[in-house]
Design a protein. Structure first.
Length: 170
């Protein structure tokens, strides 16, 4: 019994350390979906609470990244489903934002990623913005590796088309 609680305490400590080190990445992912600072903060807070309450389901602390990202993405998806009341904000408002970490250097790329279907958007964000390995993405999304590779390939194809169209228009 004492060994089990020690294990739980160790998991909690590793989780807390991981959260502190990566909180901005979590915020960026949530923000990329909801485009609202306060909603993104709520999502991250909820995901952290869920992770702490489900710490017993973490079997190996080496898998903390895919385990937490799965919770974060599911929390984000649930939040979006429950709150389908988003207002489209003009680009001027977004560009006037004073928060540096809400801005990305390539706005066309972000718009293109944002316009993807959720299954493609998620794999692109995890792979290229969060630098996750394909195996970790597969664990996070409960999919097999070949499915993830196919989704990444399709998403990149769609992004190339959208960005090429933008260049032709611009």
């Amino acid at each position: 019994m004492k060994l089990l609680s020690l294990s739980k305490d160790l998991k909690e400590k590793k989780l807390k350390d991981y959260i502190v080190k990566n909180k901005e990445s979590f915020y960026k992912i949530a923000y990329s979906y909801v485009k609202n600072e306060y909603d993104a903060l709520d999502i991250v807070h909820d995901a952290i609470c869920k992770a702490l309450s489900k710490i017993d389901t973490l079997k190996d602390t080496d898998n903390i990244k895919p385990w937490f990202y799965k919770i974060l993405i599911n929390t984000t998806t649930d939040y979006i489903r429950k709150n389908k009341k988003y207002i489209v904000v003009s680009d001027d408002v977004l560009e006037d934002s004073k928060i540096d970490y809400d801005k990305y250097s390539d706005i066309d790329l972000l718009r293109a990623v944002d316009s993807l279907d959720e299954i493609y958007k998620t794999v692109i964000i995890l792979r290229y913005f969060e630098d996750m390995k394909i195996e970790d993405i597969a664990k996070t999304l409960d999919q097999n590796i070949s499915t993830i590779k196919t989704r990444i390939y399709k998403a990149l194809s769609k992004l190339k088309i959208k960005i090429d169209i933008k260049r032709e228009d611009g």
